[in-house]
Ligand binder design. Structure first.
Ligand code: GDD
Ligand code: MG
Length: 370
């Protein structure tokens, strides 16, 4: 079974985390997001995947190669210019021959793909769209259906007054490649504003597949943190790497944890991590490879990428740190704050209220209280 994953977007909403790292490559529980997605697809019977990329194609090549490391066949295809969601699939049409899955590349879900495929076949559908309920559909594609789940309206980013249902496009499709005849070649063209509305006019069968599977768009800082917390507390099916050394504490390699330090799961600890005397690491928390947590530091609900050094007595709560930051003693980072990569923050700063610090920033002692 083949699939196309759309990974063209710039990930601007996730800056500064995406300043140096394309959105699909940002780590989810210490593994590039796209890699965990590929593994999830592979484990559900998809063995050949086309990644439709727009920029930084080399980064994808370096990290994933031809897919053989993951036991699958991978094609990384770069668009000359942005083709839009449907245009991106049209662009790789020569690699497709049969019923194909298409995925938005920024969605975390544990949707049952085989159940969706069986449904697509039973309905003899040409396009099947997975649907999920959300509180506020205005940021998504609203999907209205008849009683038999045949789609009769698709409205991308609806205005508040157009909201008639809480079911939205969850960003997983099954398509019959023949529908790509409606997509103009070498042009920018979207499923959401182009192909789906067109198919409603031509009368080609298009069905919705509502599901209560776990679903989140990882494209915003708060949802990025939420997804980590949901995975760690077990709200979504997830295969943890590494070894469970205590109640919901997973160790991915060697670590040096001081006997007086406290680690309360769910916590994932990367390779080569050091946790100092009296430090407290409270879940749901992820520590990337090579992180060093100073004595008496207190961490709770945080995601640290690789190579962070946290000073003595620092407090980190509900925040994300990119790679290789140095955080001074007694500095406090809380409330959804996001630190980019390679920052050096001196002692006794206070970064709160979702502040975002750009990569390479240096701060002296007590320079910021926000
Ligand atoms: N290759 C390629 N080329 N990929 C693209 C392009 C393109 O020109 N444009 C967007 N993508 C990729 C993005 O990287 C992302 O993985 C996916 O297509 C969807 O684009 P977003 O920019 O993230 O769209 P959205 O989140 O505002 O809305 C989409 O997703 C919602 C669910 O999360 C729509 O499909 C909505 O209908 C849907 O509800
Ligand atoms: Mg999105």
């Amino acid at each position: 079974m083949k699939a196309v994953i759309l990974v063209g977007g710039l990930g601007t909403r996730l800056r500064p985390l995406t300043c140096n790292t394309p959105k699909p490559m940002i780590p989810l529980v210490n593994q590039p997001f796209i890699e965990s997605m590929l593994i999830r697809l592979r484990d559900q019977g998809i063995d050949e995947v086309v990644l439709a990329v727009q920029y930084l194609a080399d980064r994808f090549h370096t990290a994933l190669g031809d897919g053989s490391r993951l036991n699958m066949k991978l094609h990384i295809i770069k668009e000359d210019e942005p083709r839009g969601t449907a245009g991106a699939v049209k662009n790789v049409e020569h690699l497709l021959d049969d019923t194909t899955f298409v995925f938005n590349g920024d969605v975390m879900t544990d949707l049952d793909l085989q159940a969706m495929l069986a449904y697509h076949r039973e309905k003899q559908s040409k396009v099947t769209i997975s649907l999920t309920p959300v509180d506020d559909p205005t940021q998504f594609g609203l999907v209205e259906m008849h009683k038999d789940n045949r789609v009769h309206r698709f409205l991308e980013k609806p205005r508040a007054e157009d909201i008639t249902t809480n079911l939205i496009n969850a960003g997983t499709y099954i398509i019959e490649p023949e529908v790509l005849r409606y997509v103009p070649p070498s042009q920018f063209y979207m499923f959401e504003r182009g192909l789906f509305p067109v198919m409603l006019q031509t009368g080609d069968p298009m069905f919705g597949f509502p599901s209560r599977a776990y679903w989140t768009d990882i494209g915003k800082p708060q949802t990025y943190l939420d997804v980590h917390h949901d995975i760690l507390i077990g709200k979504v099916r997830y295969n943890f790497r590494g070894q469970q050394i205590a109640d919901r504490v997973w160790l991915e390699g060697d670590a040096d944890i001081h006997s007086s330090a406290q680690v309360v799961g769910p916590v994932v600890i990367g390779r080569g991590v050091k946790i100092g005397r009296g430090a407290r690491v409270i879940g749901p928390t992820v520590l990337g490879d090579g992180c060093q947590i100073g004595a008496d530091a207190a961490l709770e609900g945080v995601v640290l990428w690789d190579g962070n050094e946290i000073g003595e007595g620092a407090t980190l709560r509900n925040c994300v740190l990119g790679r290789n930051n140095r955080i001074g003693a007694k500095t406090m980072i809380t409330d959804g704050s996001i630190i980019g990569d390679d920052c050096s923050l001196g002692p006794e700063n206070r970064l709160e209220h979702g502040i975002r610090i750009w990569p390479g920033t240096s701060l002296g002692e007590r320079a910021i209280s926000f």
